[in-house]
Design a protein around this ligand. Structure first.
Ligand code: RB5
Length: 144
């Protein structure tokens, strides 16, 4: 199961990605928003993380206009490793090296086909562990 949320700047891309995931048989929990009414992206980041943090999900997806604000907000939360993914290479590395538990994308930056391809690159990659796990442990040590 995958959980996702967006601000008003990316609710359309959220709909595209939700339909894409469901077409692959994935179960999706869509936490909104569903229209262009202005909201504050840190609230969406917190809401999605509260779900990812239950352990019930493969990962979370956060979307805003650029993906920047919502990824900055997300990475203030203990436990989250949110990767802003702009292309397939960075998406694959976000899993292989960073074991990101949340990915962020920008609805005003990415077209629908590129966003789907980026999502595929993340989902098809495997975490490599080893030295990368040591680095992840050091990331979380910075939270204390
Ligand atoms: C909202 O207008 C916009 O600032 C937001 O979606 C995002 O791009 C922020 O980083």
């Amino acid at each position: 199961m995958i959980v996702m949320g967006s601000d008003h700047g990316a609710y359309e891309l959220k709909g595209v990605l939700k339909a894409y995931l469901e077409s692959q048989g994935k179960e999706v929990n869509d936490l909104g928003v569903y229209d262009a009414t202005s909201v504050d992206y840190p609230d969406i980041a917190e809401k999605v993380w509260n779900e990812v943090n239950t352990g019930k999900y493969e990962f979370g997806i956060l979307l805003c206009g650029t993906g920047i604000g919502i990824s900055i907000a997300a990475n203030k939360i203990d436990g989250i490793r949110c990767a802003l993914v702009l292309n397939e290479y960075s998406a694959a590395k976000a899993k292989q090296h960073n074991n990101a538990n949340v990915i962020a994308m920008g609805g005003r930056v990415l077209g629908p086909d590129l966003a789907k391809s980026i999502l595929d690159a993340f989902m098809n990659a495997e975490f490599e562990g080893g030295r990368h796990q040591n680095r992840i442990d050091k990331i979380h040590a910075l939270e204390k």
